[in-house]
Design a protein around this ligand. Structure first.
Ligand code: FAD
Length: 529
């Protein structure tokens, strides 16, 4: 049996018996066969000793059981790593950051406590997946949309607390959170926002409650275990319309993004959209390859000329509009006006969709997630990723200038590190979060120790390159949390020192998610930081 770090075998056996008494024998997993299911299937440490494998897992079915588990973990100083549905692929899956931690698996807590389609919110437990909530809403004929992440098997809570993103107007998932119930590291139960008021009538309507607003402290956090969460939903709109804007020249990106920023920041466009260039996906084209192979590489004029000869624009963006049919059509017309000063701009009207949608129409959507219908279709995109990938995901300003700079900086870095710049390069930049772009790069995972080592080195280097340019990661794989945390270093790491002060005060035994986001409990800090 694997052991948690620093826990004697006899103590661990005693603790396991107590966990079994608290949650039922069948819900404590200790066999390698069971525990291996919690390993990260996109691990960058395949076949290496360093892979952080859990010691055991425990799956409580209610808040009192979570509290009991936490109290036992405190007694024996057993580190716990919380998962809701444990599908955090690309960012660590269901595996802990610290090998030997016990996984606290909340999948059994899968109750949908309320869905309100008059004031548009839900209250859910951690094990509720996007598919679960979608089915519930459909079965009851409620007029609200969820906002799924691309893979619909994840949970509303796990995704939101990791500050994940979707595509509809509720796309910033943590921003949509309203009120939490949290088990603290000592087993105490806390409700945030209006939940602190007994019999509150507005726990899911008013976020802030009274006094310091503490809900965000439980996102990307090792300060508590979220056992209930309110989340705002989008009222089913009358219609959805997309319109595509295409511009011919490289530098047209600047007015294109300026127009996007205006439309997004004034809530005319409210969903996720991303700027793309067909060049990223045409590298196999012989004519293009010949241009890139020229001494000195392809010039901007070469690339613009090549695209012009094929009647393809340099950049394009698909704008999503949600609302009454008349309004979304007017919004698209207004957007066209704003871009009309760009010479050579072209517009393509998308199909107007009306809701409720006929189920037979769903397959005709390129991505049903944009209209609140969960899917696993994303796994069909880019079949080459069969061993998985980890995400490098820096946040950059929403300007054309910044995107062009990022493109140059990362292309140069990829070349310097000897990394391929194929279609996996430069997914985005996307507007999942207000007023900035998220750029997603997939780093492939291999079942090859040397290749993974090289990829890990490159990942750490590229995080530093980004930080040198003022671009930080929004979220990262557990393997790189220390690296990313190291880049958030203003004033000699005053933010991390503050996090550590809070961590020490409320989790003195250091049992919750040690090392998450670079925050270690005091007893482990010197050895690891
Ligand atoms: C191809 C592909 C596409 C993806 N697309 C997207 C996307 O569009 N948007 C997106 O956001 N992500 C995306 N992801 C990443 C990931 O799959 C999703 O974010 C997924 O929803 C996270 O898994 P989960 O919901 O099961 O969360 P979990 O794995 O359960 O948890 C996620 C994190 O939150 C913590 N946590 C979980 N539950 C709790 C709790 N109750 N209390 C305290 N902390 C907790 C965990 O420790 C972990 O760090 C994608 C991944 C892949 C492979």
């Amino acid at each position: 049996m694997r052991l948690p770090p620093g826990v004697a075998s006899a103590d661990f056996s005693a603790a396991l018996e107590q966990f079994e008494a608290a949650v039922g024998k069948q819900w404590v997993f200790t066999s390698d066969e069971d525990v291996d299911l919690y390993r990260d299937s996109y691990s960058p440490f395949w076949h290496e000793q360093e892979e952080p494998v859990p010691s055991a897992a425990v799956a409580p079915d209610g808040v009192e059981q979570v509290q009991a588990v936490v109290r036992i973990a405190n007694k024996y100083r057993i580190p716990l790593w919380t998962i809701s549905t444990g599908k955090n692929l690309g960012y660590g899956g269901s595996a802990p950051l610290l090998g030997g931690s016990m996984v606290l698996d909340l999948k059994r807590m899968d109750r949908i406590l309320e869905v309100n389609d008059k004031n548009h919110y839900a209250l859910v437990e951690p094990g509720v997946s996007y598919f679960d909530l979608y089915r519930y809403i459909q079965d009851k004929g409620l007029k609200v949309w969820i906002d799924p992440a691309d893979p619909g098997w994840g949970s509303l809570i796990g995704n939101a607390v990791d500050r994940g993103g979707g595509r509809t107007p509720m796309r910033d998932h943590f921003d949509a959170v309203c009120g939490m119930e949290v088990v603290l590291p000592d087993g105490e139960l806390l409700r945030t926002g209006m939940g602190a008021l007994p019999n509150s009538k507005t726990w899911q309507q008013y976020k802030y409650g009274f006094g310091p607003y503490i809900t965000p402290a439980f996102s990307q956090s090792s300060l508590g275990i979220v056992t209930k969460m309110g989340i705002w939903l989008f009222p089913e709109p009358e219609a959805y319309l997309t319109g595509t804007v295409t511009v011919p020249k490289r530098d047209d990106l600047k007015p294109l993004v300026a127009g996007m920023a205006y439309l997004l920041n004034s809530n005319i466009v409210m969903g996720t959209t991303s700027v793309g260039s067909p060049l990223n996906f045409m590298r196999a084209d012989p004519q293009l390859a010949a241009l890139y192979a020229k001494p000195g590489g392809a010039t901007t004029e070469d690339l613009e000329g090549f695209l012009h000869s094929r009647n393809i624009g340099y950049w394009s963006v698909e704008l999503p509009f949600y609302g009454p049919a008349k309004v979304v059509q007017a919004q698209w017309e207004y957007a066209k006006q704003r871009f009309s000063s760009i010479e050579g701009v072209k517009f393509q009207d998308g199909k107007l969709r009306r809701f409720p949608i006929d189920p037979a129409e769903v397959p005709s959507f390129q991505n049903s997630v944009a209209v609140g219908i969960p899917s696993l279709g994303v796994f069909g995109v880019g079949g080459a990723r069969s061993n998985g990938h980890i995400w490098f995901s820096p946040v950059v300003p929403m300007t054309g200038e910044a995107v062009l700079e990022a493109q140059k900086v990362f292309t140069d870095a990829y070349a310097e590190f000897g990394m391929p710049t194929g279609p996996m390069f430069f997914l985005g930049p996307a507007s999942n979060y207000a007023r900035c772009f998220l750029i997603l790069f997939g780093f492939p995972i291999e079942h090859d120790v040397e290749k993974n080592k090289k990829n890990r080195e490159n990942f750490m280097k590229i995080v530093k390159v980004a930080a040198e340019h003022g671009w930080g990661e929004y979220r990262t794989h557990t393997a790189f949390m220390q690296t990313v945390s190291d880049t958030y270093s203003f004033n000699d790491h005053s933010l991390r020192r503050f996090h550590e002060t809070v961590k020490d005060a409320i989790d003195p035994n250091g049992i919750l998610s040690p090392g998450k986001c670079g925050i270690w409990p005091k007893r482990m800090r010197k050895a690891t930081a």
